[in-house]
Structure formats: structure tokens, C-alpha cells
Write a protein that binds this ligand. Structure first.
Ligand code: DX5
Ligand code: ZN
Length: 213
């Protein structure tokens, strides 16, 4: 299991220290939550701050857009060369076109599903994707409880992926901890995002390692 700590739960007054700490602790990706105050009722960081994160991170960036205008934000973040850009299916009228645009920047495209969205919506998109991100909380805030309907959803998605594009990864984001990691692994999940579990833990390295099962 790969682990992408979400810097949403980091100390923004000590962002360099926290990003270096999780990278040195052996995380696999650095998850960056981008919120516009429209698609979700919260705002986070833009490309100015994320470019400083990119300079100190020794692991690839994993950008999760929670925005209405995906095109605009893809253009804004692509120059920072993240490994992945994920956008929500619920906010995009032309997902196939946007996937092509992300790939044209040399970045791996990923689509996010909110807790109520159905994996079947991706049936004709999976072959073009490097990853699908399943939300296990409502997007917008860290520290929420895990919605466990993501487990049967991940199993259903895994069966679709195995048929259509076995290289496509499944990522789960929200409320992930040592309490649900085995269930996620058994459901076929490849990558987990963890914010509060990692950053509030007294030993962040041990927290990351407890998820890398
Ligand atoms: C929620 C974000 C998550 C969040 C996860 O909108 O997408 O990445 O930071 O935080 P935890 O792990 O605390 O639920
Ligand atoms: Zn996220």
C-alpha cells in the first residue's frame, strides 16, 4: 500500500519542516488539497505556496483539485510538475478532454468520485486514467469520519479496472487510519491519503509505516 500524507493537516507555519519530515519518513507521495471556496466550502493553497512545497519535497506531488473550474487550475498547477492531478467528475462537463490536457503536460490523470458517485460513471474513462480516487469523506475538510460504503465501491471499481485497464490505481482519501487500512487493502486499494492520522500522530514515521501494509 502506498501512502500519500495530506499536507492539509500540516502546520502551515512550519510547512517546510513538516514536508521534509514526511518525505524523510518514507511517504510515497505528498498529497496537496486544492480548494476554491465554490466546489467545496473551504479554501486552501494556490501555486505560490505549492511551488515552495515542490522545492523541498523529495517525493512526487499528488494534486487533488476540489474546484469548479478544473481547466483553469490544471493550467495553474501543471508547471509544478506533479506526478498526478486528480479532478472531480462532479465538477467537469468534459472529463475526456481534460484527461487529454493533463496527459499533454506529461502528468498522470486521475478522476475523483464523491461518496455518492457511482464507479459505473467511469466505465468509458478508465482506459484513459492512471488512477481513480474514491472519497471516503465529503471533500472540504480534514479530520472527518471514514464513510465505509467506500469498501464495496472499491471492490466494484477493482473488478471494472481489472477488465478494462489493470494498470490504473485505486486511491482512497478521507478518514484513513490503522483501523481501516486492512479493509482497504483487502478491497484492492493501492494508495491511501492520510491527513490527521499522520500529522496528529506522536510518531509520524510510525504512522506512515503502519499504513504501508
Ligand atoms: C478532504 C481532503 C483530504 C483530507 C484528508 O477534502 O481531500 O485529503 O486532507 O484528511 P483526513 O485524513 O484527516 O480525513
Ligand atoms: Zn485530498
Amino acid at each position: 500500500m502506498k501512502v500519500a500524507p495530506s499536507i492539509l493537516s500540516a502546520d502551515f507555519g512550519n510547512l517546510q519542516r513538516d514536508v521534509e519530515e514526511i518525505c524523510n519518513a518514507g511517504c510515497d507521495l505528498v498529497h496537496v488539497d486544492v480548494m476554491d471556496g465554490h466546489f467545496v466550502p473551504n479554501m486552501t493553497i494556490g501555486p505560490v505556496v505549492v511551488s515552495s512545497v515542490a522545492k523541498v519535497a523529495t517525493k512526487p506531488l499528488d494534486v487533488h483539485l476540489m474546484v469548479e473550474d478544473n481547466n483553469f487550475f490544471v493550467d495553474l498547477f501543471a508547471p509544478l510538475k506533479p506526478e498526478y492531478i486528480s479532478f472531480h467528475i462532479e465538477s467537469e462537463n468534459h472529463p475526456h478532454r481534460l484527461i487529454q490536457k493533463i496527459r499533454s503536460y506529461g502528468i498522470k490523470p486521475s478522476i475523483v468520485l464523491n461518496p455518492n458517485s457511482r464507479p459505473e460513471e467511469l466505465e468509458y474513462l478508465i482506459e484513459f486514467l492512471d488512477m481513480v480516487l474514491l472519497m471516503s469523506v465529503n471533500p472540504g475538510f480534514g479530520g472527518q469520519s471514514f464513510i465505509d460504503t467506500v469498501i464495496p465501491k472499491a471492490k466494484k471499481l477493482k473488478a471494472m479496472i481489472e477488465k478494462i485497464n489493470p494498470d490504473c490505481l485505486i486511491q482512497v482519501d478521507g478518514g484513513v487510519s490503522d483501523k481501516n487500512i486492512q479493509l482497504l487493502k483487502d478491497a484492492g486499494v493501492d494508495v491511501v491519503v492520510a491527513g490527521s492520522y499522520v500529522f496528529k500522530h506522536e510518531n509520524r514515521k510510525a504512522a506512515i509505516e503502519s499504513l504501508q501494509i
